[in-house]
Design a protein around this ligand. Structure first.
Ligand code: FPP
Ligand code: MG
Ligand code: MG
Length: 341
């Protein structure tokens, strides 16, 4: 099957969405707030725009083109509402990054200085709150209570996920189950529930909405597992941020959890925390000797495959746009696990 580049399929619409977001986050009266809130929507630092790409493709994967001018108008209105979900999702994502860089005391993001680094923690937190507020105003404008509840639950999950990551007991820090729950909360919930929202706006059946959710959930899990692997295997140049950030902050991710199964001594280091760089180096030695990276990669592949099968289980369609979009969504499952940044 011919490969479809997901980003080029929605390239023009991504530009439109970028412009829409810049309008939605614009604020004239408070220049300091404007600088912080608009920072990651500037051209060149917009990032991969993975979430809007997934959501636009999901919209096309569900909505076959309808004949007739009335139907075309209906579908345009639907498309605009689905674009709004993509915009809201991206704004919420950037809001979480502004907060996350404060929590993680990060100096760089997307290869440039982070907002907290340039403008301070207070402005980064407040700009995050501002982006979230603007996203919620847009969410309200959709007049769909079910979607408001879904997205509000995502916010709860994001906060819960961050707090789970601060897990204090050794039991929690070394539990694979806890790690997967945290990973769903902090990363997969947003894309899973916004994929579902795309289906709800299109008034698809519950079965289809669940398949869209399953795609987002598994893609999100595969994405974060890969992120956690890259934190060990990447470099400052390849990632645009320093590697080994998780372990240096005492955050235990899948590669180490799998390595502990082979080298139980590693658990003592985990319990000690990684304040001492010597302990980080010792843990890395265990990791290198173990199959930790390999098993984490296999788990990411498993979730990527589950995401692909959710798309393949959607009701069949003869529409070319639908088929191209579905192929692009399947291809994205490979892209998220083979990426290097
Ligand atoms: C990045 O993870 C962070 C997240 C995916 C979620 C952060 C969520 C919050 C801070 C909760 C509260 C925020 C709002 C607006 C409700 P990472 O630190 O592992 O990845 P990184 O390498 O990109 O920093
Ligand atoms: Mg971070
Ligand atoms: Mg973080």
């Amino acid at each position: 099957m011919e490969e479809v580049d997901p980003f080029s399929v929605v390239c023009d619409e991504l530009t439109l969405i970028g412009n829409q977001i810049r309008c939605m986050v614009a604020v004239d009266e408070v220049p300091k707030l404007a600088a912080a809130a608009e920072y990651f929507f500037e051209l060149g630092v917009e990032g991969k725009r993975l979430r809007p790409t997934v959501l636009l493709l999901m919209a096309s994967a569900l909505n076959g083109s309808l004949p007739g001018s009335v139907a075309a108008n209906v579908s345009n209105e639907l498309r605009r509402r689905q674009q709004l979900i993509a915009e809201i999702t991206e704004m919420m994502h950037v809001a979480t990054l502004l907060h996350d860089d404060v929590l993680d005391d990060a100096d760089t993001r997307r290869g440039v200085p982070s907002v907290n680094y340039c403008m301070g923690n207070k402005l980064s937190v407040l700009a995050g709150d501002f982006l979230l507020s603007r996203a919620l105003v847009a969410l309200g404008s959709l007049n769909n209570t079910e979607i408001v509840i879904l997205i509000s639950t995502v916010l709860e999950n994001l906060v819960t996920g961050e707090i789970m990551q601060m897990a204090s007991t050794s039991e929690q820090r070394c539990s694979m189950d806890q790690y997967m729950k945290k990973t769903y909360n902090k990363t997969a919930s947003l894309i899973a529930n916004s994929c579902k929202s795309i289906a709800l706006l299109a008034e698809k059946s519950n079965e289809v909405a669940v398949l869209c959710y399953d795609y987002g959930r598994n893609l999100g899990l595969a994405f974060q597992l890969t992120d956690d692997i890259l934190d060990f295997t990447g470099t400052l140049a390849s990632l645009g941020k320093p590697p080994l950030s998780d372990i240096s902050h005492g955050i235990i991710t899948a590669p180490i959890l799998f390595a502990i199964e082979e080298f139980p001594q590693l658990r003592e280091l985990v319990n000690k925390g990684f304040d001492d760089p010597v302990d980080v180096e010792l843990a890395l030695n265990y990791l290198r000797k173990s199959r930790g990276i390999q098993r984490a990669t296999e788990l990411a592949i498993e979730h990527a495959n589950l995401a692909a099968s959710a798309i393949e289980s959607l009701p069949p369609s003869d529409d070319d746009n639908v088929r191209i979009s579905r192929r692009a969504l399947v291809n994205l499952t490979h892209i998220v696990i083979t990426r290097t940044k």
